[in-house]
Design a protein around this ligand. Structure first.
Ligand code: NDP
Length: 250
């Protein structure tokens, strides 16, 4: 119960890695605010936590809309009085060669994966600063660390998250706030299934390339997030942790 009495916001918590993070933080004692575009899925996640006797609430928020993010943070503050943990997990990707891609797709990728992180951090951090306590865990991607083919804009967005988190870690350390990044490798989630639906060979090639010879499960990622959100990681900040079964070693 490392996170007893902590209040956590998790974006993109309706399914996939986000849902596993909600479950893990909750299992370790946190009250979890499940934020997602998909309210029904968010409510399903929250219901699973509630059924285990833990407090949870689901909110429908589009994290690419700054005003909605600000309103959500105000709502959480009114209800719980504080925010201890922020996990920026909502993300989206489409695999295509850069020269085949359209500006509309670039905008969507940058908005969901990068700008949303600026919005949530800008809205949440003043409340953490006021209490001289906070843990921010941003979900990046190993695509950004290796320059994955077909993911140029996504890699740029996630690379931006990594760079942003390093500066934020320096600026926030004096307030007792840790900022770190977890980079999943290929993980068995609805997003990954959607991306690889047209290309079964890609999924099996990735699996073969991973030293542990399997995709990550969402729970693998959630364990790393819970660690970084806990006092076990009190002296760790500005770091990027790959959870990829050894696919990337950088
Ligand atoms: P999923 O698509 O399975 O889940 C993401 C969740 O985020 C969905 O519920 C989705 O809702 C929600 N979401 C998307 N856009 C918004 C938005 N604008 N506002 C609020 N919620 C939103 O993704 P994964 O679980 O696979 O990925 C989670 C994170 O991990 C992402 O940041 C991703 O980039 C990263 N990652 C994933 C990898 C993988 O192999 N799966 C590898 C590396 C990194 P909706 O369904 O309604 O769109």
């Amino acid at each position: 119960m490392r996170l007893r009495d902590r209040v956590a916001i998790v974006t993109g918590g309706a399914r996939g890695i986000g849902r596993a993070i909600c479950e893990r933080l909750s299992a370790e004692g946190a009250t979890v605010v499940v934020v997602d575009l998909d309210l029904e899925g968010g409510r399903e996640t929250a219901a699973r936590l509630l059924s285990e006797g833990r407090e949870s609430v689901a909110l429908r928020v589009d994290v690419t809309r700054r005003a909605d993010v600000v309103a959500m943070v105000e709502q959480v503050m009114q209800r719980f009085g504080r925010i201890d943990i922020l996990v920026n997990n909502a993300g989206w990707d489409r695999i295509e060669f850069f020269l085949d891609s359209q500006e509309e797709t670039w905008e969507k990728i940058l908005a969901i994966n990068l700008k949303s992180v600026l919005y949530t951090c800008h809205a949440v951090l003043p409340h953490m600063v006021a209490r001289s306590y906070g843990k921010v865990v941003n979900i990046g991607s190993d695509a950004a660390r290796v320059g994955s083919t077909g993911e140029a804009v996504y890699s740029a967005a996630k690379g931006g998250v990594i760079a942003f988190s390093k500066t934020l870690a320096r600026e926030m350390a004096k307030y007792g706030i840790n900022v770190n990044v977890v980079c999943p490798g290929p993980a068995r989630t609805p997003l990954f299934q959607e991306i690889t639906a047209q290309n079964e060979k890609l999924a099996s090639a990735l699996e073969r390339a991973i030293p542990f010879r399997r995709l990550a499960e969402p729970e693998d990622i959630a364990g790393a997030v819970a660690f970084l959100a806990s006092e076990d990681a009190a002296f760790i900040t500005g770091q990027t942790l790959s959870v990829s079964g050894g696919l990337t070693m950088v």
